[in-house]
Design a protein around this ligand. Sequence first.
Ligand code: ZN
Length: 304
Amino acid sequence: MADKTLVSFFLDDVGPYATGVPGREKELVPVDAAALTEFMEFLKDRGLAGAVSVIPGWADSLLTRPKNDHERKFAEALATIKDYPIDPHMEIMTHGTLFDFSKMAPADDDRNEMDWLDDHSVSLDECRDYFLGTIKVGRELGVCYTGMTTPGTHPQMNPNVWESLLDLAEAGEFPSEAVPAFVTIEEGPNTFEPRAKVTRDQFAVYDMPSGVWDHIASWRNSPDWNSSDHYLDADGNGHLAAIIKAESPVAIFHMHWQGLNPQTGLGWKTFVEMIDRLMSIYGDRIIWAKPSEIAANFNRKRVG
Ligand SMILES: [Zn+2]
Protein backbone atom coordinates (compact mmCIF):
# COMPACT_ATOMS: atom_id res chain seq x y z
CA MET A 1 0.00 0.00 0.00
CA ALA A 2 1.17 3.49 -0.82
CA ASP A 3 2.39 5.70 2.01
CA LYS A 4 -0.24 8.00 3.37
CA THR A 5 -0.08 11.74 2.72
CA LEU A 6 0.78 13.94 5.69
CA VAL A 7 -1.81 16.74 5.74
CA SER A 8 -1.53 20.06 7.53
CA PHE A 9 -2.49 23.71 7.25
CA PHE A 10 -1.35 27.21 8.11
CA LEU A 11 -3.92 29.63 9.55
CA ASP A 12 -2.70 33.20 8.98
CA ASP A 13 -3.47 36.61 10.46
CA VAL A 14 -4.83 35.41 13.79
CA GLY A 15 -5.57 38.26 16.18
CA PRO A 16 -8.31 39.87 18.28
CA TYR A 17 -9.61 41.93 15.34
CA ALA A 18 -10.62 41.13 11.75
CA THR A 19 -11.44 43.16 8.65
CA GLY A 20 -13.84 42.28 5.84
CA VAL A 21 -16.98 41.98 7.96
CA PRO A 22 -19.93 42.53 5.58
CA GLY A 23 -21.13 46.12 5.76
CA ARG A 24 -18.04 47.13 7.78
CA GLU A 25 -15.38 45.96 5.30
CA LYS A 26 -12.54 48.34 6.24
CA GLU A 27 -13.24 48.43 9.98
CA LEU A 28 -11.32 46.40 12.54
CA VAL A 29 -14.08 44.36 14.16
CA PRO A 30 -13.37 42.50 17.43
CA VAL A 31 -13.24 38.71 17.22
CA ASP A 32 -13.63 37.09 20.63
CA ALA A 33 -11.31 34.61 22.29
CA ALA A 34 -14.26 32.17 22.26
CA ALA A 35 -14.02 32.01 18.45
CA LEU A 36 -10.38 30.94 18.68
CA THR A 37 -11.21 28.35 21.33
CA GLU A 38 -14.11 27.01 19.22
CA PHE A 39 -11.74 26.55 16.27
CA MET A 40 -9.10 24.83 18.41
CA GLU A 41 -11.66 22.52 20.02
CA PHE A 42 -12.93 21.57 16.56
CA LEU A 43 -9.39 20.59 15.53
CA LYS A 44 -8.94 18.48 18.65
CA ASP A 45 -12.34 16.78 18.31
CA ARG A 46 -11.77 15.92 14.68
CA GLY A 47 -8.14 14.82 15.03
CA LEU A 48 -6.79 17.59 12.79
CA ALA A 49 -3.43 19.36 13.16
CA GLY A 50 -1.82 22.48 11.76
CA ALA A 51 -0.16 25.82 12.47
CA VAL A 52 -1.71 29.07 13.62
CA SER A 53 -0.02 32.48 13.32
CA VAL A 54 0.32 34.37 16.57
CA ILE A 55 0.96 38.06 15.82
CA PRO A 56 1.56 39.92 19.10
CA GLY A 57 1.32 43.38 17.51
CA TRP A 58 -1.59 42.76 15.11
CA ALA A 59 -3.68 45.86 14.27
CA ASP A 60 -1.56 48.19 16.44
CA SER A 61 -2.41 46.28 19.61
CA LEU A 62 0.30 44.75 21.79
CA LEU A 63 -1.05 41.59 23.36
CA THR A 64 1.55 41.57 26.15
CA ARG A 65 0.03 44.92 27.18
CA PRO A 66 -3.66 44.48 26.34
CA LYS A 67 -5.55 47.76 26.29
CA ASN A 68 -8.93 46.23 27.18
CA ASP A 69 -10.62 43.09 28.43
CA HIS A 70 -11.23 41.84 24.91
CA GLU A 71 -7.51 41.81 24.06
CA ARG A 72 -6.59 40.33 27.45
CA LYS A 73 -8.96 37.38 26.93
CA PHE A 74 -7.64 36.83 23.42
CA ALA A 75 -4.06 36.79 24.74
CA GLU A 76 -5.10 34.23 27.37
CA ALA A 77 -6.65 32.01 24.68
CA LEU A 78 -3.41 32.16 22.65
CA ALA A 79 -1.55 30.84 25.70
CA THR A 80 -3.69 27.66 25.53
CA ILE A 81 -2.45 26.75 22.01
CA LYS A 82 0.02 24.36 23.66
CA ASP A 83 -2.96 22.24 24.80
CA TYR A 84 -4.04 21.65 21.19
CA PRO A 85 -2.55 19.90 18.12
CA ILE A 86 -1.33 23.28 16.90
CA ASP A 87 2.02 24.85 16.12
CA PRO A 88 2.21 28.56 16.87
CA HIS A 89 4.02 30.35 14.03
CA MET A 90 5.37 33.87 14.18
CA GLU A 91 3.94 35.79 11.27
CA ILE A 92 6.43 38.36 12.49
CA MET A 93 5.76 40.88 15.19
CA THR A 94 3.08 43.14 13.66
CA HIS A 95 2.38 41.88 10.12
CA GLY A 96 2.64 45.61 9.33
CA THR A 97 5.08 48.33 10.37
CA LEU A 98 8.49 47.26 11.64
CA PHE A 99 8.64 47.07 15.44
CA ASP A 100 11.21 48.71 17.73
CA PHE A 101 11.89 46.17 20.49
CA SER A 102 13.92 48.69 22.51
CA LYS A 103 10.81 50.87 22.85
CA MET A 104 8.25 48.06 22.56
CA ALA A 105 6.41 50.19 20.00
CA PRO A 106 6.18 50.46 16.21
CA ALA A 107 9.45 51.76 14.73
CA ASP A 108 9.70 55.35 13.55
CA ASP A 109 10.63 54.39 10.02
CA ASP A 110 7.76 53.61 7.71
CA ARG A 111 9.09 50.34 6.33
CA ASN A 112 6.86 47.33 6.82
CA GLU A 113 7.73 43.74 7.55
CA MET A 114 6.66 42.50 4.10
CA ASP A 115 9.20 44.77 2.31
CA TRP A 116 11.83 44.13 4.97
CA LEU A 117 11.75 40.35 4.32
CA ASP A 118 12.57 40.95 0.64
CA ASP A 119 15.29 43.57 1.28
CA HIS A 120 18.55 41.73 0.61
CA SER A 121 20.57 44.52 2.28
CA VAL A 122 19.16 43.60 5.71
CA SER A 123 21.99 41.91 7.61
CA LEU A 124 22.02 38.50 9.24
CA ASP A 125 22.34 40.17 12.67
CA GLU A 126 19.34 42.42 12.05
CA CYS A 127 17.21 39.45 10.98
CA ARG A 128 18.31 37.38 13.95
CA ASP A 129 17.65 40.20 16.44
CA TYR A 130 14.21 40.89 15.00
CA PHE A 131 13.12 37.25 15.11
CA LEU A 132 14.57 36.79 18.58
CA GLY A 133 12.69 39.89 19.75
CA THR A 134 9.47 38.36 18.44
CA ILE A 135 10.26 34.95 19.98
CA LYS A 136 10.73 36.62 23.41
CA VAL A 137 7.42 38.48 23.16
CA GLY A 138 5.82 35.15 22.23
CA ARG A 139 7.24 33.57 25.39
CA GLU A 140 5.80 36.41 27.43
CA LEU A 141 2.42 35.48 25.93
CA GLY A 142 2.94 31.83 26.85
CA VAL A 143 3.56 30.89 23.22
CA CYS A 144 6.58 28.87 22.08
CA TYR A 145 7.05 29.55 18.37
CA THR A 146 7.95 26.49 16.33
CA GLY A 147 8.35 28.18 12.94
CA MET A 148 7.60 31.14 10.74
CA THR A 149 4.85 32.18 8.35
CA THR A 150 5.61 35.25 6.26
CA PRO A 151 3.15 38.12 5.86
CA GLY A 152 2.53 37.94 2.10
CA THR A 153 4.42 35.54 -0.19
CA HIS A 154 8.16 35.87 -0.77
CA PRO A 155 9.66 33.79 -3.59
CA GLN A 156 12.76 36.09 -3.58
CA MET A 157 13.17 36.42 0.18
CA ASN A 158 16.43 37.75 1.66
CA PRO A 159 18.65 34.65 2.20
CA ASN A 160 19.65 36.09 5.60
CA VAL A 161 16.11 35.32 6.79
CA TRP A 162 16.69 31.59 6.27
CA GLU A 163 20.20 31.77 7.75
CA SER A 164 19.06 33.65 10.83
CA LEU A 165 16.30 31.11 11.52
CA LEU A 166 18.94 28.38 11.30
CA ASP A 167 21.15 30.28 13.78
CA LEU A 168 18.21 30.59 16.17
CA ALA A 169 17.44 26.87 15.88
CA GLU A 170 21.06 26.09 16.66
CA ALA A 171 20.93 28.45 19.64
CA GLY A 172 17.94 26.52 21.01
CA GLU A 173 15.44 29.34 20.48
CA PHE A 174 13.05 26.98 18.66
CA PRO A 175 11.85 23.75 20.31
CA SER A 176 12.98 21.61 17.36
CA GLU A 177 16.12 21.17 15.28
CA ALA A 178 13.95 21.44 12.13
CA VAL A 179 12.14 24.75 11.64
CA PRO A 180 9.24 24.93 9.16
CA ALA A 181 8.50 28.12 7.23
CA PHE A 182 5.48 29.05 5.08
CA VAL A 183 6.72 31.52 2.48
CA THR A 184 5.05 30.72 -0.87
CA ILE A 185 1.82 29.37 -2.35
CA GLU A 186 2.31 26.92 -5.18
CA GLU A 187 -1.00 25.62 -6.47
CA GLY A 188 -0.57 23.34 -9.46
CA PRO A 189 2.13 20.78 -8.78
CA ASN A 190 0.57 17.73 -7.19
CA THR A 191 3.45 16.48 -5.09
CA PHE A 192 5.16 18.26 -2.25
CA GLU A 193 7.73 17.57 0.38
CA PRO A 194 9.59 19.91 2.74
CA ARG A 195 12.63 21.54 1.09
CA ALA A 196 15.68 22.10 3.25
CA LYS A 197 16.72 25.72 2.48
CA VAL A 198 19.66 25.88 4.87
CA THR A 199 21.23 23.13 6.99
CA ARG A 200 24.02 22.79 9.52
CA ASP A 201 24.57 19.35 10.99
CA GLN A 202 21.24 18.23 12.47
CA PHE A 203 19.71 21.71 12.18
CA ALA A 204 17.64 22.76 9.18
CA VAL A 205 15.05 25.28 8.04
CA TYR A 206 12.39 23.88 5.71
CA ASP A 207 10.41 25.69 3.06
CA MET A 208 6.91 24.19 3.24
CA PRO A 209 4.62 25.87 0.69
CA SER A 210 0.85 25.79 0.69
CA GLY A 211 -0.38 23.81 -2.33
CA VAL A 212 -3.90 25.27 -2.42
CA TRP A 213 -5.06 28.89 -2.64
CA ASP A 214 -7.27 30.02 0.23
CA HIS A 215 -10.93 29.52 -0.66
CA ILE A 216 -12.15 29.55 2.95
CA ALA A 217 -13.42 33.10 2.24
CA SER A 218 -9.72 34.19 2.33
CA TRP A 219 -8.27 37.34 3.93
CA ARG A 220 -10.91 39.30 2.01
CA ASN A 221 -13.69 37.44 3.85
CA SER A 222 -15.37 37.33 0.44
CA PRO A 223 -18.14 35.08 -0.91
CA ASP A 224 -16.19 35.06 -4.21
CA TRP A 225 -13.40 33.09 -2.50
CA ASN A 226 -15.56 30.70 -0.55
CA SER A 227 -15.77 27.18 -1.97
CA SER A 228 -15.17 23.74 -0.51
CA ASP A 229 -15.26 22.39 -4.08
CA HIS A 230 -11.96 24.14 -4.73
CA TYR A 231 -10.39 21.67 -2.27
CA LEU A 232 -12.51 18.68 -3.13
CA ASP A 233 -15.98 18.27 -4.55
CA ALA A 234 -18.50 15.54 -3.77
CA ASP A 235 -16.81 13.28 -6.36
CA GLY A 236 -13.46 13.65 -4.62
CA ASN A 237 -11.90 15.99 -7.19
CA GLY A 238 -10.28 19.38 -6.54
CA HIS A 239 -6.91 20.92 -5.76
CA LEU A 240 -6.36 19.33 -2.36
CA ALA A 241 -7.78 16.03 -3.61
CA ALA A 242 -5.36 16.04 -6.57
CA ILE A 243 -2.36 16.21 -4.20
CA ILE A 244 -3.65 13.30 -2.12
CA LYS A 245 -4.57 11.25 -5.22
CA ALA A 246 -1.01 11.79 -6.53
CA GLU A 247 0.20 10.12 -3.30
CA SER A 248 2.19 13.22 -2.43
CA PRO A 249 4.28 12.83 0.73
CA VAL A 250 2.78 16.08 2.04
CA ALA A 251 -0.32 18.21 1.34
CA ILE A 252 -0.59 21.61 3.04
CA PHE A 253 -3.25 24.25 2.56
CA HIS A 254 -3.62 27.68 4.15
CA MET A 255 -6.43 29.88 5.44
CA HIS A 256 -6.90 33.31 7.02
CA TRP A 257 -8.52 34.25 10.30
CA GLN A 258 -10.59 36.98 8.58
CA GLY A 259 -12.44 34.36 6.50
CA LEU A 260 -12.25 31.30 8.73
CA ASN A 261 -13.12 32.47 12.25
CA PRO A 262 -16.48 31.11 13.47
CA GLN A 263 -17.64 34.57 14.62
CA THR A 264 -17.27 36.95 11.65
CA GLY A 265 -15.82 34.69 8.93
CA LEU A 266 -17.94 33.70 5.96
CA GLY A 267 -15.79 30.57 5.54
CA TRP A 268 -16.46 28.66 8.77
CA LYS A 269 -19.25 26.50 7.31
CA THR A 270 -17.17 25.96 4.17
CA PHE A 271 -14.26 24.76 6.28
CA VAL A 272 -16.40 22.33 8.27
CA GLU A 273 -17.98 21.00 5.07
CA MET A 274 -14.57 20.60 3.43
CA ILE A 275 -13.21 18.69 6.44
CA ASP A 276 -16.29 16.41 6.55
CA ARG A 277 -15.84 15.64 2.87
CA LEU A 278 -12.08 15.15 3.14
CA MET A 279 -12.39 12.72 6.04
CA SER A 280 -15.20 10.71 4.47
CA ILE A 281 -13.53 10.38 1.05
CA TYR A 282 -9.80 10.35 1.87
CA GLY A 283 -9.69 9.78 5.63
CA ASP A 284 -7.90 6.44 5.21
CA ARG A 285 -5.26 7.92 2.89
CA ILE A 286 -4.09 10.83 5.03
CA ILE A 287 -2.45 11.49 8.39
CA TRP A 288 -2.85 14.89 10.04
CA ALA A 289 0.39 16.30 11.44
CA LYS A 290 1.68 19.66 12.61
CA PRO A 291 4.18 21.36 10.26
CA SER A 292 6.88 20.95 12.93
CA GLU A 293 6.22 17.18 13.02
CA ILE A 294 6.40 16.96 9.22
CA ALA A 295 9.66 18.95 9.18
CA ALA A 296 11.12 16.78 11.96
CA ASN A 297 10.09 13.62 10.09
CA PHE A 298 11.91 14.71 6.90
CA ASN A 299 14.84 16.03 8.89
CA ARG A 300 15.37 12.61 10.49
CA LYS A 301 15.60 11.09 7.00
CA ARG A 302 18.02 13.84 5.90
CA VAL A 303 20.34 13.38 8.85
CA GLY A 304 20.10 9.58 8.60
ZN1 ZN B 1 -0.82 37.21 6.75
